[in-house]
Write a protein that binds this ligand. Sequence first.
Ligand code: NAD
Length: 385
Amino acid sequence: MTEKITFAPISYTGWGSLSYLTEEVQRFGAQKVLIITDPFLKDLGLTYRVEEPLAALGITTELYTEVVPEPPLAVGEKLVAYTREHAFDLVIGLGGGSALDLAKLAGALAVHDGKVADYLNLTGSKKVSKKGLPTILITTTSGTGSEITNISVLSLETTKDVVAHDYLLADVAIIDPELTLSLPAKVTAATGIDALTHAVEAYISKNASPVSDALALQAIRLISNSLRTAVFEGSNKQARTDMSYGSYLAGLAFFNAGVAGVHALAYPLGGQFHIAHGDSNAVLLPYVMGYIRQSCEKRMKDIYDAMGFSSMNLSQEEASYKCVDELKRLVSDVNIPSTLKGFNIGEEALEGLTEDATKQTRILARSPLTLEKEDIFAIYKSAFD
Ligand code: NAD
C-alpha cells in the first residue's frame, strides 16, 4: 500500500510561538492583511496581540469579527464576498476551528468565482483549482486541528458539509498554548475531547498507517494525561502546553488517517441541535467505541495503555471494555453530559439524526465496523439516556 502523508503547513509550536508572526507576514511581503476572528476574542484583547506588532511594522490590518461558532454557510458566503471585494494580500485566522475554517475558506475562494455552496463536498459542482491568498492560522483552542487540515467545515440546515482541497492548507500555523489560557473550563473540556476523538478515530481508522499511529498514540497520551488539569486549573502552563501539542498531533493524525463513526454521528447533532462540535463528539465517543469495540479490540487495548493504564494482565477483550469505560469516565469527569437527553434531545429526534448520519458515507467508510442505518440508530438509542 502506498500513502500520501501531509505535514504542511510550516508550524510554530510552544509557549510564545506567536512571536514568529511578524517574520512570517514579512516573508510574504504583505502590506494589507485581513484578520478573521470572532467578537469575543476581540473583547478579550487577543486580537491586539496580532494587530499591534504588525502595525509597528507599518502593515495595515483590518479586523473581520463576524465569525460565529459552528459557522453556517451564509456566514462563509458573506466573508468570501467581502474578501473578494477588497484587495488583501494575506489572510490571518485567529481563534478556534470556527474562525480558522472561515479564514482558509476566504483565503482560497478569494481567487475563485461562484458561491461557497458551489464548492461543498456533498452537493457542490465546482472544484477549488488554484492557490489562494497566503494564509496564517493562529489557534486559540486545543481541539479541532483546523490550523493544519485542508478542510473548512460549514453548518447547513440539518447537518454539516465541508469545502476540502489541499489549496485550503494554510501556509503557516501558529500553535501557541499561551493563547489558550483564557479558554473557559467548558470550552477547554469540549475542545479537548474533540482532539482526543480525532486521535482515537485516526487510530482505529481503516486508513491508519504507521505514521498516523505514532501521531495518534502520542496525542492520546498527552491529552489523557493533561485534560482534567487544563479544565480545572486553567492557568496550569504544563497542562495547556500538553493539550496544545496533543491537539496538534491529533490533527496531523486524523488529517492523514481520517475520522470515522463518531464524527459521522456527531455532525447531525451540530447541524440539527447546534451542539458545539466538541460536545457532540464527546457525548457519542464512548457509545460509538462501545458499539464497534469487537472490530478493533487490539487497537482499543493500545488506546487503553496510551491513556495511562496497563493492560498487561488483561485479555484484549477485557482491555477494550476498560478502554470504553475510561473514555466514558474522562468525558464525565470534565462535566460533559453523557447522554443525548442531557443535551435536551428528545427520543423522537433519533430517526432524523440517523437519516443525516447515514449520508456521511465518506467518513463512515473508515469505520472498522461497517455501520449500516440500523447500527447508527442503535448507537443513538444507546446514547439517548
Ligand atoms: P470555536 O472556534 O467555535 O470556539 C468556541 C468558543 O470558544 C467561541 O465562543 C470562541 O469565542 C471561544 N474561544 C476560542 N478561543 C478562546 C480563547 N483562547 N479564550 C476564550 N474563549 C475562546 O470552537 P472550536 O471547537 O475550536 O471549533 C469548532 C468548529 O471547528 C466547528 O465548526 C467544527 O465543525 C470545526 N472543525 C473543523 C475541523 C477542521 O479540520 N477544519 C476539525 C474539527 C472541527
